[in-house]
Design a protein around this ligand. Sequence first.
Ligand code: NAD
Length: 366
Amino acid sequence: MSASSVLLPLRRLSLSTAASTSSIRAPASTRRAFSTTLRRDATWGFIGLGQMGYAMAKNLRAKIPASDTLVICDVRKEITSKFVEETRAAGVADVPGAAPGNVLSVEVAANAREVAEKSETIITSLPEPKHIKDVFHCILKRGPLPQLAQERLFIDTSTIDPASSKEVANAIHTTLTGRFVDAPMSGGVVGARAGTLSFMFGASSKSGALVERVKSVLLMMGQKVWHMGEQGTGVSAKLANNYILAINNIATAEAMNLGIRWGLNPKTLADMINSSTGRCWPSEINNPVPGVVATAPAGRDYEGGFGVSLMKKDLRLAVLAAQESGTPLELAPVAQRVYDATEEANPGKDFSVVYRYLLEKSDKAQ
Ligand code: NAD
């Protein structure tokens, strides 16, 4: 069932920035029991409104029924205030079935525990394993959460290592706090804004209802959803994918640099590669040579996009997970050295800036 098909006639709802909130909510008695479809007057939580999370939360707010409430939380207060302001300004214009003049309910929580106390579905989008562990420690440390009409579902979209993800899942499951699903994403900030992300998630297949519920939530922020297997397999799949990405990005930068130094035209070289066996995402979409792909970060001084530091993090987590499973990764140490040196020379840039690092290295070698 689509979100719009379960829309209630819109009640007057208020936007609140206060830690304890004043939004008008439907009485609990009007709520439906557990269902895999979207409930009416439900409360959703979103923790971590960074480059990815902010746009994902915007899409979620636009797609859930207008009478639902979204509770947001980020350690950066300016970002939650901005979210509230933008939602207020947008109003209900884009929400199917919503009456003009009403506002969408967004609440700002003081901390992660408050989000979890109020919300049936809680999404996290945080940088590193330590942030996820901190947030879930905050949620769990004060004992059981109040019971809600529907079992709580925690969906972590962060890229973290499988061991950390399983540790958090275990804490949620053994305390009967709800279900914890790892669902990292691919598609970058552009995909997050456009709602075209791909998610790969790990959740017990024993519960078909759980899998369907996860899919229905993720499809409000993305276009493709892959159920990889049991809890933890989503982050494993993500790290395998990003290991290829890390290597392909360096290989593309090296090959483009090589071809250009041989006198080839960069655009012609890229076009040939993209219709041959060397074709990959860094060559086709995120080409590292300025001017080859108009929309790529290389054309705007490598601003925006996927930062070198995030690539380094994903490589580090892949190496860690590989060591834990006794799997050799021959190219990882070389790639790590390249990204370390690239970041030192070009802090804060898209990871395709590795091309500029190689270019400068080539010039010095002459
Ligand atoms: P980000 O650093 O921009 O955002 C993280 C947000 O979490 C920040 O707003 C930060 O203030 C907030 N935060 C940190 N600790 C918190 C806490 N304890 N409580 C509440 N909020 C807290 O990161 P991002 O680029 O949005 O990435 C998020 C996740 O998605 C990462 O794991 C990243 O690897 C992954 N990812 C990113 C991209 C990308 O292109 N940026 C693509 C795919 C996956």
